[in-house]
Design a protein around this ligand. Sequence first.
Ligand SMILES: N[C@@H](CCC(=O)N[C@@H](CS)C(=O)NCC(=O)O)C(=O)O
Length: 218
Amino acid sequence: MLELYGHPFSSYTWKALIALYANGTPFVFHSLDGENPNQAAAYARVQEASPMGKFPLLVDGSREVFEATSIIEYLALHHPGPAPLIPADPDEAITTRMMDRVFDNYVMNAMQESVDDAIRHGQVSDEVRSRVEERVTRAYRWIDGWLADYTRPDTVSLIECAAVPALFYADWVTRIPEDCARLRQWRAHLLALPPVSRCVEDARRFRHYFPLGAPDRD
Ligand SMILES: N[C@@H](CCC(=O)N[C@@H](CS)C(=O)NCC(=O)O)C(=O)O
């Protein structure tokens, strides 16, 4: 049985969970939240598995896979299901992987600078706020243009797995501008997908952890 270590409120954990839920792949979830009586053991396992002890971590027998993207690649190869997580066509797969990098690097990680600043200093400095706003908004506008030619799948691929947590949390930090109508509509569409709404609902009770304060929506 596959095992996934992560936290229900963790963006990168969602990325892996969405892929597992979309394919109905059976797995045991080892939650790193304080409600889990085995939290300490789960945390220790995660700490040992990768250089920085980050999560999610997938365990398949003797195999450990970390980095959410690599977990999805592993699931596509070894535990495929109805949702084609990575396109079979190698050329199409390049675009899918490129977009995965766009969401991680230019939305999620760009937004994370504000979250880190809030954790470290209790608030976000004007300098960080404006830098994050400038970078994330630039990424939003680019993605909004990209969406004009994107044929949305009925289910999820690596692109959706990466887009969901990035757009969910980034919009809390820097709202997607009104004039990025395609992106706003796509975010709403993604949040309504069953594997995604499951993550959103399971994480709802942890929203008070969001260092910048979670908005009263979504
Ligand atoms: N590049 C990693 C990032 C994982 C990551 O940043 N995970 C966060 C939770 S969303 C984490 O482990 N935070 C705890 C820590 O940094 O110690 C991935 O794609 O999986």
